[in-house]
Design a protein around this ligand. Structure first.
Ligand SMILES: [Zn+2]
Length: 120
C-alpha cells in the first residue's frame, strides 16, 4: 500500500472516518458497563438500579458490536486471529478495542497509525 499516493490516503481516511462512530458507541457501551460493574462492586447502595444501568449498557454494547466492523470489508476487527488447516476451526482471542488496521483487508482503522506509517 503506497501511502504517498493521495488517492490511497483519501480512501484510508474515509475508512477511518466511517469506523469512528461505531467504535465510539462500542467503547461507551463496553467501558460504561465495566465501570458500572466495578462501581457496583464497591457500593451496597442502589444495586438494582446499577444492575439495570450495567445491563442496558451491555445491551447497547452488543447492538453496537453489530455495526463495529471494518467499513471496507465488513469484518470484525479481532485482537488476535489464528487459523488452523480447517476453515471451520477459526480461533479468535477477542474483539480489538483499538485496532490499527483491519486484519482482513489491511485498511487502516486508526488515524494515528496512518500518520505514523505515512511519516516513515
Ligand atoms: Zn477490512
Amino acid at each position: 500500500m503506497n501511502l504517498n499516493d493521495e488517492t490511497v490516503r483519501k480512501a484510508q481516511l474515509k475508512n477511518i472516518a466511517r469506523f469512528r462512530r461505531p467504535q465510539l458507541y462500542f467503547l461507551i457501551g463496553f467501558g460504561g458497563a465495566l465501570a458500572t460493574i466495578a462501581y457496583a462492586d464497591h457500593t451496597s447502595n442502589n444495586s438494582f438500579v446499577l444492575f439495570l444501568i450495567a445491563f442496558s449498557l451491555i445491551v447497547f454494547a452488543v447492538i453496537s458490536l453489530m455495526r463495529y466492523r471494518c467499513p471496507n470489508c465488513g469484518n470484525l476487527p479481532f485482537a488476535v486471529a489464528g487459523e488452523t488447516d480447517q476453515v471451520e476451526a477459526r480461533v479468535t482471542a477477542g474483539v480489538a478495542l483499538f485496532p490499527a488496521k483491519c486484519k482482513c483487508c489491511g485498511y487502516y482503522l486508526s488515524k494515528r497509525r496512518l500518520k505514523q506509517d505515512s511519516a516513515s
